[in-house]
Design a protein around this ligand. Structure first.
Ligand code: 6PG
Length: 279
C-alpha cells in the first residue's frame, strides 16, 4: 500500500513467469512501447531490420499512439522497421473496422516509416484465398525460417477476446495446429464472415509474442488460459512458442481472477525486474 501522498507505484509487477500486471491500460501500452523499442534495437542490430506483426482490435490503439508520441517516436529507426499484421477483417483500409486503418491513423502517418514498409493484409479482396497466398509469398521475402521451415517474426503482438480467440483464430476452428499454411482465411461462424490470419504454427515460431489484455470481461478466460484449464483449449492457450519468448502485459481488471503478485518491485538495492528485461 503506497504511503499517503506518495507517488503511485506504476511499475509492472510480475505475478507469474512472463505475466506482468501494469497499473492501468495506459501503463500496459507503456510497457509494450518500451518492449517494442527494445526489440527494434535488438533485431535491427542483429538482422538489419525489425519485422513485427501488429494486433487488431481496440486494445493496441494506446500503444500505437504512444509509439508515435515525442516520448518514443525518435527512439526507433523506422526506416528499418517492417510492419505486418496478425490478422485482418474483410474490409477496406478506410473502414473503421480495419486493423490496418487503426495503425495507419494512430501510428503509420505520424512516424517516418516508409509506406512500403507497412505490409497490409488485403482481406477485402474477393479472392481472399489468393490474397492470403500472396501474403505468404511476401513473408518469404522478409522472414528467416526456423528448422521446421516456419517463418520467424521478430515480434508478434496479440490481443485476446473474452472467448479466448487471438488474431483471427477462434474457438472451434478446425486444423488450428495441423496446418501447413502460414496465412489462412477461416470462416468465423459467429461473425458470418471470413478473416485473414497468421496461423498458429507461425505464431509459435516467433522470436517474441506479446499479449496485451485489458478489461474485466477477459479475466476468467485469461485465468483459464494461463492455468491451461480451458477445455477444449482455446486458441490463446495454444500459443506455445517453440523457442521464443511469450509475454502477457495485462491490467488489474484482466488480472482480477489471478493470484496476488509474487515479486515486490524492488528489493533494497537490486534493480527492479522489468517485462522487457526478464528473459
Ligand atoms: C481482431 C483482433 C482480435 C483482437 C481481440 C481483442 O481483428 O479483432 O486481432 O484478435 O485482438 O478480439 O480485441 P480488443 O482489443 O478489441 O478487446
Amino acid at each position: 500500500m503506497d504511503e499517503p501522498g506518495a507517488l503511485p507505484d506504476l511499475r509492472p509487477r510480475e505475478i507469474r513467469p512472463g505475466v506482468w500486471v501494469c497499473a492501468n491500460p495506459t501503463e500496459v501500452a507503456r510497457a509494450a512501447a518500451r518492449q517494442f523499442v527494445d526489440l527494434a534495437w535488438q533485431f535491427i542490430a542483429r538482422a538489419g531490420q525489425f519485422c513485427v506483426a501488429l494486433s487488431g482490435g481496440k486494445t493496441p490503439q494506446l500503444l500505437y499512439s504512444l509509439l508515435a508520441s515525442d516520448e518514443y517516436r525518435n527512439q526507433i529507426d523506422w526506416a528499418k522497421v517492417h510492419l505486418f499484421w496478425g490478422d485482418e477483417r474483410p474490409v477496406a483500409p478506410e473502414s473503421p473496422e480495419s486493423n490496418y486503418g487503426l495503425a495507419r491513423r494512430e501510428l503509420i502517418v505520424r512516424v517516418p516509416l516508409p509506406l512500403a514498409n507497412a505490409h497490409r493484409m488485403e482481406a477485402e479482396r474477393p479472392n481472399i484465398g489468393r490474397a492470403a497466398q500472396e501474403y505468404e509469398d511476401l513473408l518469404r521475402q522478409y522472414l528467416e525460417l526456423d528448422a521446421a521451415g516456419w517463418p520467424r517474426f521478430h515480434s508478434i503482438l496479440l490481443g485476446m477476446g473474452a472467448d479466448g480467440h487471438t488474431a483471427s483464430l477462434f474457438p472451434g476452428a478446425r486444423r488450428l495446429s495441423n496446418t501447413l499454411r502460414w496465412v489462412s482465411t477461416p470462416l468465423v461462424p459467429k461473425l458470418g464472415t471470413r478473416r485473414m490470419t497468421l496461423t498458429l504454427p507461425v505464431i509459435n515460431a516467433a522470436h517474441n509474442v506479446t499479449f496485451l489484455v485489458v478489461g474485466q470481461d477477459k479475466a476468467e478466460t485469461l485465468r483459464a488460459v494461463l492455468d491451461g484449464q480451458a477445455d477444449p483449449p482455446v486458441p490463446s492457450q495454444l500459443v506455445a512458442l517453440a523457442s521464443g519468448r511469450k509475454l502477457f502485459l495485462i491490467d488489474p481488471a484482466a488480472a482480477g481472477r489471478l493470484d496476488a503478485p509474487t515479486s515486490p518491485p524492488s528489493a533494497a538495492g537490486k534493480p527492479a525486474k522489468t517485462p522487457e528485461g526478464s528473459r
